[in-house]
Ligand binder design. Structure first.
Ligand code: BGC
Length: 741
């Protein structure tokens, strides 16, 4: 008995010891453990707190800076360094895996809360498909919004995002992904707005301004050259200075000029340095050259390795927890390896934004009922309608005549599956999604809509044969393309780069089978960006590309197919005939060179005819362009030229046309693209209506970057101006103006 008790006692003591040791080790290794004494000063020692700053009016820049400096003056070094890291800890990760069952970002991820000075944290919600937190409205992916070429739509989308974030306690939207689509294989192609820097800049600024109007900070990401997924945390992207400035950065610059609140550095390296540690990108270009006043955060978990290097390079905030900063940075400052001024500057940038956004008056109240408000679903449907592109419509097969339609066969495994895009950090979790089958059944009644997944090809054939029209829904889902997360237990959710530009064999077979049975076959493509169509496009009557069309996608597609709305989207990228007409895509090498040409600039330089040109998109009506003229034949290097054109709706349906303006450089002394997009305007037109559309062109936006002079140069020469419905040369009217010596 006695011996038993002794053993029990000993075991108890051992257990206690183990628990105590584990607790000690956790505390000792915790990145936020106080170094050299206490993190915080004695309670009550502060004379000024965040809550002492006046609210409800717009403080001017000087006032904001003054208050930020006052707070800084109250902080110990440790407190300052704590502002520079996210507040998450290993426990949040454990909670995510266990309690939250992997539903990432269910609530805001915070950074830089300071209880003693009452400094609120930044509260991060991811995007760009909407708001990742909780169960928010799932919009079509960003690429569909890119295909809308609609600034106003982007503004209204940003307005909803702002409201849904505020209604859930968020203060920052990590949803402004503007990495240029260099190649359609990129796994996260769906998160960006297209292949053209000008289009990316215009559309992203529109959504950012709207989000920020609700006092939600925007975050431009991933700065920069992040467009290969499977090596994203390791690859070194080599790029020359001219390509960097002219192709990969202009849209980031545009966002900086529009005062987006923050930037997120990319995982990859650029010319040898991780982006989060790149002095050239962060300090020299963004902060010094562009004079950007906001802060830069790292991408999550693997965005920063060398804390000293990152701080010196200008990375202000590491997310989502302390890894490279914390104790390491405190010690580096104490040893004189990182000047205190560097930490102070980072903290001031963070504090200024917090003060600015927390004290400005709100335009409205943000009750929880705003999340998934009915008008938000209606907007999600409108975005899907305006972001779907009609690629082909032979003999006016579309729209389907609702009254005459006896039955429609809807084929394909994706036709009745909620397919909102990848399962990475941009995943939005709406409670309901309208599939294409559901959308058509709602519109036509259940009896007229037959669905076959295609698993049994004979059944699909029979359904196609018996129907008055066939809609084949084919393409991709989260297992084919998306953010690459191999840590997920289920391989179907890994995403990664898309292996093939063409459809899968089963999809192609299904299309050909349907088309063989029924000439009235319509293909709806689902996927992030370009899908090649060579093997089958001539066999079908109509092709639409819907991207991942969001929670209301099925309703939108039904309305488009039935002509209740007229398609108006235009491709924000080039669809080549085959992959050899694209820049190389290498997602295994750890060093990759990015050249000057891609997309339409590459196709035009090489004289390659794409299958569908950048900017291409048909409508159920027709438009005619005439009377292109400029308000001046000559302009100065800092001037603005206005191009005007008459656009007429020559058909019998109302529609919206995206008028595009390109400028060429045939007399340039340096190698330049054939032409570049420099303006666009979306115009609604009633049948028979003509509108004069005027588009301004800033001459300074025609400059090229001269790396030797480290300057942008506007050449003194003749500039052709092209205006029309797409980038296809044959579609464009032309005129020109001159910048004289
Ligand atoms: C992604 C970012 C995202 C972050 C936080 C990263 O893996 O690259 O786009 O904002 O995670 O979720």
């Amino acid at each position: 008995m006695r011996i038993f008790k002794k053993i029990l006692k000993a075991l108890g003591a051992l257990l206690l010891f183990v628990v105590a040791l584990a607790a000690f080790l956790l505390w000792w290794t915790h990145p936020k453990r106080p170094v050299n004494g206490s993190f915080v000063r004695e309670a009550g020692a502060s004379t000024f707190k965040f809550t002492d700053i006046p609210r409800g009016r717009v403080l001017d820049g000087e006032e904001v800076d003054g208050y930020a400096r006052k707070l800084l003056g109250e902080m110990t070094l440790q407190q300052k360094v704590l502002q520079m890291s996210g507040d998450s800890s290993i426990w949040d990760l454990i909670k995510l895996i266990t309690v939250e069952k992997g539903k990432y970002n269910d609530y805001a991820i915070t950074a830089g809360a300071d209880k003693r000075l009452a400094i609120p944290p930044i509260a991060f919600s991811d995007g760009p498909r909407g708001v990742v937190m909780s169960h928010s409205t799932a919009f079509p992916v960003a690429m569909a919004r890119g295909a809308s070429w609609d600034r106003d739509l982007q503004r209204r989308f940003g307005d909803v995002v702002g409201k849904e974030i505020r209604a859930q306690g968020g203060t920052l939207w990590g949803g402004v992904c503007v990495n240029l689509l260099r190649h359609p294989s990129w796994g996260r192609a769906q998160e960006t707005l297209g292949e053209d820097p000008y289009l990316l800049g215009e559309l992203s600024v529109a959504s950012v301004e709207a989000v920020q109007a609700h006092n939600v900070m925007g975050c431009a990401k991933h700065y920069a050259l992040n467009s290969i997924e499977e090596t994203r945390t390791k690859v070194d992207v080599r790029v020359d200075e001219r390509t960097l400035r002219e192709v990969y950065l202009p849209h980031f610059k545009r966002l900086a000029e529009a005062n987006v609140a923050s930037f997120m550095s990319a995982y990859n390296k650029v010319n040898g340095d991780y982006c989060g540690e790149s002095r050239h990108l962060l300090r020299e270009i963004l902060k010094e050259e562009w004079g950007y006043p906001g802060f830069v955060m790292s991408d999550f978990f693997m965005g920063v390795y060398d804390g000293k290097k990152a701080a010196l390079a200008g990375l202000d905030l590491e997310m989502p927890w302390t890894m490279a900063y914390g104790k390491t940075l405190v010690a580096a400052v104490e040893k004189g390896e990182v000047p205190l001024a560097v930490v102070d500057e980072a903290v001031l940038r963070l504090l200024r934004r917090k003060i600015e956004y927390a004290t400005r008056p709100d335009p409205m109240a943000y009750p929880a009922s705003l999340v998934r408000a009915p008008e938000h679903a209606a907007l999600a449907r409108e975005v899907a309608e305006k972001g779907t592109v009609l690629l082909k419509n032979e003999g006016g097969l579309l729209p389907l005549d609702e009254a005459a339609l006896q039955s429609v066969a809807v084929l394909g495994r994706l036709a009745d599956a909620p397919n909102l895009g990848d399962y990475g950090s941009s995943r939005v979790y709406p409670p309901d999604t309208v599939t294409v089958v559901e959308g058509l059944r709602e519109a036509l009644g259940t009896g007229r809509v037959v669905h076959e997944s295609g698993a049994d090809l004979a059944k699909a054939r029979a359904a196609a044969k018996a129907a008055s029209a066939v809609v084949v829904v084919v393409g991709f889902d989260q297992s084919d393309e998306g953010e690459y997360i191999p840590e997920k237990p289920n391989k179907e959710e890994w995403g990664g780069d898309r292996e093939n530009l063409a459809l899968k064999p089963a999809d192609r077979e299904l299309i050909l089978a349907a088309a063989a049975e029924n000439p009235r076959t319509i293909v709806v493509l689902i996927g992030a960006s370009a899908i090649t169509v060579e093997e089958w496009h001539e066999k079908v009557g109509a092709i639409l590309t819907a991207f991942y069309p969001g929670e209301q996608g099925g309703a939108a597609l039904a309305r488009l197919l039935l002509g209740r709305v007229n398609p108006s989207g235009k491709l924000p990228f080039t669809v080549p005939k085959d992959a050899s007409r694209l820049p190389p895509f290498d997602n295994t090498s750890l060093t990759v060179d990015y050249g000057y040409y891609h997309g339409y600039t590459l196709a035009e330089k090489k004289g390659w005819e794409p299958r569908y040109a950048f900017g291409h998109g048909l409508s159920y009506t027709t438009y005619a362009y005439s009377k292109l003229f400029l308000d001046a034949k000559e302009a100065t290097a800092d001037g603005v030229v206005h191009a005007s054109v008459d656009v007429t709706n020559t058909g019998s349906r109302a529609g919206e046309e995206v008028v595009q303006l390109y400028v060429g450089f045939p007399s340039s002394k340096v190698d330049r693209p054939v032409k570049l997009l420099r303006g666009f305007e979306r115009v609604p037109l009633a049948p028979g209506e003509t509108k004069r559309v005027t588009i301004p062109v800033g001459v300074k936006d025609l400059a090229y970057y001269d790396p030797a002079a480290k300057a942008w140069l506007v050449e003194r020469m003749e500039y052709p101006v092209y205006v029309g419905p797409s980038s296809r040369q044959a579609d464009l009217l032309a005129t020109s103006f001159k910048v004289p010596e």
